[in-house]
Write a protein that binds this ligand. Structure first.
Ligand SMILES: NC(=O)c1ccc[n+]([C@@H]2O[C@H](COP(=O)([O-])OP(=O)(O)OC[C@H]3O[C@@H](n4cnc5c(N)ncnc54)[C@H](OP(=O)(O)O)[C@@H]3O)[C@@H](O)[C@H]2O)c1
Length: 263
């Protein structure tokens, strides 16, 4: 693991900031004494025992890498000079150009973890715009503590992933909810229906991790088996499953693009 230097998380008091701070320290990526987190209202009780400050300029002074983890609505109130430092934003919809302009840094990345960061199971795509070749490796090391990381080649892809992987458990939960509703209509008790659907989602994730088969391979093997599941898959597809998912992701993508604050 490379040394990624001293890290500062602006908004380290928040939900995602806390998850990142815990992952960084818990995985040994950064020692607590090399981590500074900033807060606005107060220091959360359940976070890491690092250096805490309400002064973002102090945080910047103490850090080599600055993670911006405030809500997009609070971004306009952040006033820092991060010239020559690597700045990594996890804020949805805030552009690299805007971050460069407002922080004075020419080393800026955007990363998009999801809620599973708390468990070390996030998927985190990132886009980097920096003259420093090692900045990419720094971001990979930083977010590998939260799960799986990929570099993407266009900033717009981060807006797409805000809609797709950034949604975390939401879309699998939507599928599970539809299954529960169907089971309940057929007279199965809501508690049992919920337990069944939840266990299907959990088991599917575990199996995916265990056997490494791609989703396409999994679907194909069931279709090829020509059993009850194949009948279900074919009927779902004939009734617009892929189109419904495509339309949903498109709507979420357009919403993420609309969030983008053009400087
Ligand atoms: N939650 C997710 O799953 C997720 C996934 C991907 C990306 N994101 C992005 O991550 C960012 C943070 O989301 P979140 O869910 O962690 O929100 P959050 O829980 O509201 O955390 C934001 C934190 O920033 C603090 N803050 C606001 N202004 C500040 C300032 N000037 N200086 C220092 N701290 C300040 C807030 O303090 P207060 O306590 O005073 O409000 C709050 O503790 C957002 O931009 C979001 O788009 C979130």
């Amino acid at each position: 693991m490379i040394d990624i230097g001293r890290i500062g998380i602006i908004g380290g008091s928040g939900w995602l900031g806390t998850a990142i701070a815990k992952a960084l320290v818990g995985s040994g990526t950064v020692a607590a004494e090399r981590l500074t987190c900033s807060f606005r209202s107060g220091v959360p009780e359940n976070s890491v025992n690092c250096h805490w400050t309400s002064d973002n300029s102090e945080l910047v002074k103490n850090s080599d890498v600055i993670v911006l983890s405030v809500r997009p609505d609070d971004w306009s109130a952040i006033d820092i000079d991060a010239d020559k430092k690597l700045v990594v934003s996890v804020m949805a919809g805030v552009t690299i150009e805007d971050i460069k302009r407002r922080t004075g840094s020419n080393r800026v990345g955007r990363a998009l973890p999801n809620a599973a960061a708390e468990l070390g199971y996030s998927y985190t795509p990132f886009f980097i715009d920096s003259p420093e070749p090692k900045d990419s490796e720094t971001i990979i090391t930083l977010f590998r503590s939260c799960g799986v990381v990929d570099a993407v080649s266009q900033e717009e892809h981060i807006d797409y992933f805000t809609a797709m992987s950034g949604s975390g458990a939401a879309f699998p939960a939507l599928l599970a909810e539809a299954m529960i509703n169907d089971a309940v209509v057929r007279g199965i008790s809501p508690a049992i229906a919920q337990r069944a659907a939840q266990q299907v989602i959990i088991g599917a994730g575990r199996l995916q991790e265990f056997n490494g088969a791609s989703p396409s391979d999994t679907v194909k093997s069931f279709v090829d088996y020509k059993g009850t599941t194949a009948a279900g898959i074919i009927a779902m597809r004939q009734n617009g499953f892929d189109a419904a998912v495509g339309a949903g992701l498109d709507a979420a993508f357009r919403k993420a693009q609309a969030l983008s604050t053009k400087p």
